[in-house]
Design a protein around this ligand. Structure first.
Ligand code: NAD
Ligand code: GLY
Length: 368
């Protein structure tokens, strides 16, 4: 098992990473909290695969455990579903000492985290992420949110968890497509901040699962995110580099229709696009652009987009949370492992580059 410490003053927490660690680590953490009630927030898929798993792990602690089971899917990451968590908490007479346990992927983690941030003005919560994406990204760093019909993750808050337990054995049941999509976010951390992590990943294969490899790779990936979050918890500066690939990624998710491509798949193409732009603007050496493209195109499926006109492209780009003054802060690379924020990047330039990208890389994106 590896442990990472998040050192945010007054909000420090540990991230444990390993296989078959939950049974050992979770009861100890919960006993230290001295709470008499823990609420597990999960979904129907996890409950079917791992029936009452967290209650069973905690059965000898004497803590009362209740499970709130939500429907599965990004389409339920909204205020209505959030209300179901609040109803549940009210019905079991939860109070400020009640511990919330998010048991699931990023959707569950983001919703449970936001419920914890707001219920009775804040209760403690912990993350037990079960997808690779949640292992390397969403369970760490304290961004919590639900979607509004007009924009993804637009209603939320920053609320750090008190503990994160990354139990690798949950990946045994994760579909291969989800696994690959999560791996993109792991690679992203290497591409933007640590070339050695990218090298390390290139020398190993993701499947079949090798927990020794994954423990090390996830540890390194989380360490990158933790270092960034410690410097800039609320995204006033460097944390924005973690959005690398997300400008085009969000556009793809919206324009293709939510659910057609997984978040990591869309971001994978977005990463290739941002690397392409970095190369064309003479920031990134050509061989590094080629290296990123050839590796990622082995993992991601080509994206097929419906026809897209310039005005629609502009609207989609400017709808993003990161847009400002009719322009966007776009993340570029100056080398593999080093990124920077290009303030006020014009939509015109991105549109021209997007067309050049589609023409040059039909193996990555096809325009209808
Ligand atoms: P998800 O939570 O929808 O999980 C993907 C699918 O896998 C779901 O059907 C889920 O039920 C299923 N699943 C989960 N664990 C499983 C397991 N062990 N075995 C089998 N099936 C399992 O999606 P995700 O990719 O984990 O997360 C995406 C969400 O995370 C998005 O809403 C995104 O906005 C959010 N996100 C948040 C942050 C953050 O910093 N808070 C960062 C990145 C992404
Ligand atoms: N997923 C990007 C961030 O946490 O900032």
């Amino acid at each position: 098992m590896r442990t990472l410490q998040v050192k945010l003053p007054g909000r420090e927490y540990d991230i444990d990473i390993g296989s078959n660690i939950l049974q050992e680590q979770l009861p100890d953490f919960v006993l230290k909290k001295e709470t008499d009630l823990a609420i597990v927030v999960t979904n129907t898929t996890l409950q079917n695969l791992y029936p009452d798993h967290i209650s069973n792990v905690l059965k000898d602690t004497g803590v009362r455990v209740k499970t709130c089971i939500l429907p599965d899917g990004e389409q339920y990451k909204n205020l209505d579903t959030l209300s179901r968590i609040f109803d549940f908490l009210m019905n079991v007479s939860a109070n400020r000492k009640t511990l919330l346990i998010a048991f699931g992927g990023g959707v569950i983690g983001d919703m449970a985290g936001f419920a914890a941030a707001t219920f009775v003005r804040g209760i403690p919560y912990i993350q037990i992420p079960t997808t690779l994406l949640a292992h390397v990204d969403s369970s760490v760093g304290g961004k919590t949110a639900v979607n509004h019909p007009l924009g993804k993750n637009t209603i939320g808050s920053f609320k750090q968890p008190e503990y994160v337990c990354i139990e690798l054995s949950f990946l045994n049941t994760l579909p291969s497509r989800e696994l690959k999509a999560g791996y993109i976010e792991l690679l992203k951390h290497g591409i933007i901040h640590d070339e050695k992590l990218f090298d390390y990943a290139q020398n190993h294969s993701l499947e079949p699962l090798d927990f020794d490899y994954l423990e090390e790779a996830i540890f390194r990936s989380c360490a990158i995110k933790v270092r960034v979050v410690e410097q800039d918890e609320t995204e006033a500066g460097i944390r924005a580099t973690l959005n690398f690939g997300h400008t085009l990624g969000h556009l793809i998710e919206t324009h293709a229709g939510y659910g057609k491509y997984l978040h990591g798949e869309a971001v994978g193409t977005g990463i290739c696009f941002a690397a392409f732009v970095s190369w064309r603007r003479n920031e990134l050496p050509e061989n590094e652009w080629e290296r990123i493209k050839s590796y990622l195109s082995k993992i991601i499926t080509p994206i097929k987009l419906p026809p897209l006109q310039k005005e629609q492209f502009r609207e989609l780009i400017l709808h993003d949370k990161k847009a400002h003054k009719q322009a966007v802060n776009f993340i570029l690379l100056n080398k593999l492992g080093e990124s920077f924020i290009q303030q006020e990047t014009s939509v015109e330039m991105l549109w021209n580059e997007f067309n050049a990208f589609a023409e040059n890389c039909p193996e990555l994106v096809e325009l209808g």
